[in-house]
Every structure is written in C-alpha cells, then in structure tokens.
Design a protein around this ligand. Structure first.
Ligand SMILES: Nc1ncnc2c1ncn2[C@@H]1O[C@H](COP(=O)(O)OP(=O)(O)OP(=O)(O)O)[C@@H](O)[C@H]1O
Ligand SMILES: O=c1ccn([C@@H]2O[C@H](COP(=O)(O)O)[C@@H](O)[C@H]2O)c(=O)[nH]1
Length: 238
C-alpha cells in the first residue's frame, strides 16, 4: 500500500459482528465501538459508503426459516439488513455524523430508495451513505452488494470489515494451521476457493479492477489504518 489516504471507499460491515458476544441481534456496546471508529474515519474527510450485512438478525430467525422457500428467506435476510442500516444511521448520528440510508427494496415510509445520482451527491456532500437491502435480489449476498455499489459509486477500494483479520490459506476458524496472506490476486483467491467473500463479489471486483481489503472489525484502529493506506489485513489485487 502507498500510505496515501483513500478519497472514496466502500466499507462492507459484517452483520454478524454486530452481535458482539450475544447470540443474535445488535449488541449496544459493539455498535457504539464500531460507530466511533467509523465516525473517526468520516471526520478525516473520506467519502464513505457502507453496505451492512444481516447475519446477526437473520441468524436469530433462521430456525423458523428452515424449510422455507429460498427466495422468501432471502427477502427476510434483506429486510434484516435494513434494520441494521437504521441502527447504524442512528448510532452515527449520536457521534455527530450525518448518514443517509438508501434501500434496494422499496420501503417508502422507512427509508429512501436507492437512487445512484442522489447517493453520489450525498458522498460529495461528505454524508455517509448506508446501502440497505443488499442488491434487492434473492440468491445474492451483501458481499456482492458491496462490490456492486462500490463499482457504481466509483470507489477506490472495497473494504470488508469482518470477524477474521484477513484472508487465510483455509478458514482459520476450522484449520489452525492456516496461514494469512498480506496480498493475494483475484485469480488466486477464486482458484483456491477461499470463501471469506463470495465468488460473485470477487469476480465483479476483478472485472472492474476494484481492489478489496479484508480486515478485522474487532481490532481497534484497523479501519483507520486501512483507509489511510497502511498495511492491514489482506489486500486482494488484480
Ligand atoms: N480462507 C479464508 N480466510 C479467512 N476467512 C475465511 C476463509 N474461508 C472461510 N472464512 C470464513 O469467512 C468468514 C467471514 O465471512 P462471512 O460471510 O461469514 O462474514 P461477513 O460477511 O463478515 O458477515 P455477514 O454475513 O453477517 O455480513 C470468517 O469468519 C471465516 O470463518
Ligand atoms: O443482495 C442480497 C443480499 C442479501 N440477501 C439475503 O440477506 C441475508 C443477509 O445478508 P448477508 O450477506 O448474509 O449478511 C443473506 O443471507 C441473503 O439471505 C439477499 O438475498 N440478496
């Protein structure tokens, strides 16, 4: 990395990480800590857009969703991301950061719909834009939504803040001998089927020549170091 601060980034925030130590839902102390880090970055003048996952809420309802039609369950998952987006917007407000939520699914009374030019204008005005409801389509994930919105917003990098501190040779939660990459190419990550992000997201970013950084959401200061172009986590490059 060059050590230069990025001007515009897309941050993919893990929904599951919002649970903290809880079984599901949003842990208050965890969302406050994450928000403090995001607020610090927003105040650096970086144009920040965020895609948030829904695993923390959807995991809570998943037992009831067993045996459900897949598309219906996916719409439930997307609705979960809307709840997280609203919680994040509210928490950011408490830290003096103005954020706007745009949803890929129309829920007019609650959030404004995704309108690309409007989102771009918010970024130029240095408002944080939170994209909710993923891509708006079942059979996708919020990782793919992050790649898609990142490309649409013309960001320099997609940053995936997750529960692991980078990409490993195998899932580090299953294989203690796995080793971490500091850099890896898109072709290698796809060929080796490294599953920290889904293959659709990796393929879209590769085609758009949009680098990805994967780092830990639980490591204090990691987000700031990452947006400031310092070595952090794993960089996926073309
Ligand atoms: N090669 C790998 N390197 C690192 N992590 C991996 C690898 N393969 C699988 N994983 C798993 O991927 C997980 C991160 O992806 P996951 O999709 O679960 O989280 P997320 O997208 O951050 O959360 P959410 O779906 O709630 O938004 C890690 O917790 C890790 O267990
Ligand atoms: O574009 C999308 C994005 C998400 N979903 C559904 O929502 C859940 C939660 O998203 P995560 O990426 O797992 O955090 C996901 O499991 C899908 O069921 C979707 O259908 N389309």
């Amino acid at each position: 990395m060059s050590g230069n601060k990025f001007k515009r980034v897309l941050l993919k925030l893990s929904g599951e990480a919002l649970m903290g130590e809880d079984a599901y839902g949003i842990n208050r102390a965890t969302i406050i800590r994450m928000t403090e880090e995001i607020a610090e970055v927003a105040k650096l003048g970086i144009e920040l857009s965020i895609v948030i996952g829904g695993g923390n809420i959807f995991r809570g309802v998943a037992p009831g969703a067993q045996g459900m039609d897949r598309a219906t369950a996916d719409y439930m998952g997307m609705m979960a991301t809307v709840m997280n987006a609203l919680a994040l917007q509210d928490a950011l407000k408490n830290h003096g950061v103005v954020a706007r939520v745009q949803s890929a699914l129309n829920i007019d009374q609650v959030v404004e719909p995704y309108i690309r030019p409007k989102a771009l204008r918010y970024l130029e005005e240095k408002k944080v834009v939170i994209f909710a409801a993923g891509t708006g389509n079942p059979f996708f994930t919020t990782d793919t939504a992050a790649a898609l919105r990142g490309a649409e917003m013309g960001v320099e990098i997609v940053m995936k803040a997750t529960k692991v501190d980078g990409i490993y040779s195998a899932d580090p939660n299953k294989d203690p001998t796995a080793t971490k990459y500091s850099r890896i190419s898109f072709d290698e990550v796809i060929t080796r089927r490294l599953e920290v992000m889904d293959a659709t997201a990796f393929a879209l970013c590769r085609d758009q020549k949009l680098p990805i950084m994967v780092f830990s959401i639980n490591k204090p200061g990691a987000l700031k170091r990452a947006v400031c172009g310092e070595d952090e986590g794993t960089l996926v490059h073309v």
